[in-house]
Design a protein around this ligand. Structure first.
Ligand code: SF4
Length: 408
């Protein structure tokens, strides 16, 4: 009898398949017939498979082959979009892509991105993420992310903030608490900030996170009116009452005062901003309020009825509300203590032609991800063929985020 237990995988039987959930939000399936070809198999508990009449070692090897065969069929459960698991043995580097892994912009804030995908569909989303997204997703192995981050922090050599700013909702990542615990223990990390829509949080989770002294929650709140909040969030299931409860509780319990960051989006929630200020002022302990201006991005959503508000107009509104409600609303760079840090060498630069190998699909359909010299390179309009060697002309190299054009 052999027993295989996995912390990050959960098993269930579905028709003639073994459904394998990876970190709760992602799933693939293995035909039972192929599983049984290893040896007779039973699901012992959610995380454990028991094989009879086979040695532990053989079962481990054979099952890992089977898993590797079906992992490329991984999907995001919420949307059905294709997903890629980025792990230590995947060959996918964590520096090079803006959507997952690590982004270092030569400043004392290092961004980490363990996951993509979102449970909302906000009208103003600057990356068009959410329930209607058709993009491919990524999910990164926690230990791999921590290991690579540690190397980078060692290179930077001074205290930094780690910012968990993902393309989507970070609490889609099932190991967020474990990630917080690892980051909390890192000596040269003074702050761990995270942008979240708050929907996956609740009082119990906040109580549990309150042990993390470095954790800074940045929460979205775009309206007080229930119906307007649902419209802005792009889904009827959104509950502003729940998010308000989370914000109020977090303001009371978290050691670092949370930031609430509404996005002022013309035609959708202009009249909600003052209501938000008034509500925040009723709280026993107030979070910091930092109203943001909606900006159009090339890859973002273009909500109907919306024009960008000019910066003059925006700051005028902010000043009026600051005076009227006696509250600070304008957050500046200084509030975040950002400073320039040591640049990370780039293994190649704009104009270079690089030999690279295709490793997986990229975020946008029709694009592939290539790897070379410890970095990933996004290659748009390049059909993915596993392991194919290509030549890429580098078109972008800023902050070690690389985009290239396939030339052969
Ligand atoms: S919660 Fe954030 S990532 Fe999700 S749809 Fe809204 S703006 Fe986009």
């Amino acid at each position: 009898m052999a027993e295989l237990t996995f912390q990050t995988l959960a098993f269930r039987e579905k028709d003639s398949f073994l459904a394998v959930d990876l970190l709760q939000a992602f799933s693939t399936k293995i035909p039972i017939k192929e599983l049984e070809s290893i040896a007779p198999c039973k699901i012992k508990d959610k995380h454990t498979l028991a094989f009879s009449g086979i040695s532990q070692e053989k079962a481990e090897t054979k099952f890992s082959f089977l898993l590797a065969k079906y992992l490329p069929q991984l999907k995001t459960k919420l949307t059905g979009n294709k997903a890629t698991y980025v792990h230590k043995n995947s060959g996918i580097h964590l520096i090079g892509n803006v959507a997952f892994g690590i982004v270092y912009r030569e400043s004392s804030i290092i961004e980490i991105k363990p996951v993509t995908s979102c449970n909302l569909d906000c009208v103003y989303c600057s990356i068009s993420e959410g329930l209607s997204s058709k993009k491919n997703d990524f999910v990164v192995e926690k230990d791999y992310l921590i290991e690579e981050l540690q190397k980078l922090i060692g290179f930077v050599g001074e205290p930094i903030e780690v910012h968990i700013g993902v393309q989507g909702e970070p609490f889609m990542y099932a190991q967020m608490e474990e990630l917080f615990a690892d980051l909390e223990g890192m000596e040269n990390v003074h702050t761990v900030s995270i942008d979240t829509n708050g929907t996956f949080l609740n009082k119990e989770k906040i109580d549990c996170f309150s042990r993390f002294k470095k954790l800074q929650l940045n929460l979205s709140l775009d309206a007080i009116d229930k119906e307007i909040a649902k419209k802005v969030a792009g889904t009827k299931s959104y509950s502003i009452e729940h998010v308000k409860e989370v914000i109020a509780h977090a303001a009371e319990k978290m050691p670092k005062t949370p930031i609430v960051a509404p996005v002022l989006t013309q035609g959708w929630n202009e009249n909600e901003m003052e209501k938000i200020i008034i509500w925040i002022k009723t709280l026993k302990k107030q979070p910091i309020l930092g109203i943001q201006n909606f900006l159009r991005y090339k890859t973002g959503r273009m909500p109907a009825k919306t024009e960008e508000i000019s910066w003059d107009d925006f700051y005028q509104r902010i000043e009026t509300w600051e005076k009227k409600h006696n509250i600070k609303l304008k957050l500046s760079k200084e509030d975040f203590h950002i400073k320039e840090t040591r640049p990370l060498p780039k293994p190649f630069q704009v104009g270079d032609v690089v030999k690279a190998e295709l490793i997986c699909v990229d975020r946008f359909p029709g694009a592939s991800l290539a790897v070379a010299r410890g970095r990933t390179i996004s290659v748009p309009q390049c059909e993915f063929k596993e392991g194919k060697k290509i030549k890429v002309k580098i078109l972008r190299d800023k902050h070690n985020v690389f985009v290239g054009q396939k030339i052969s």
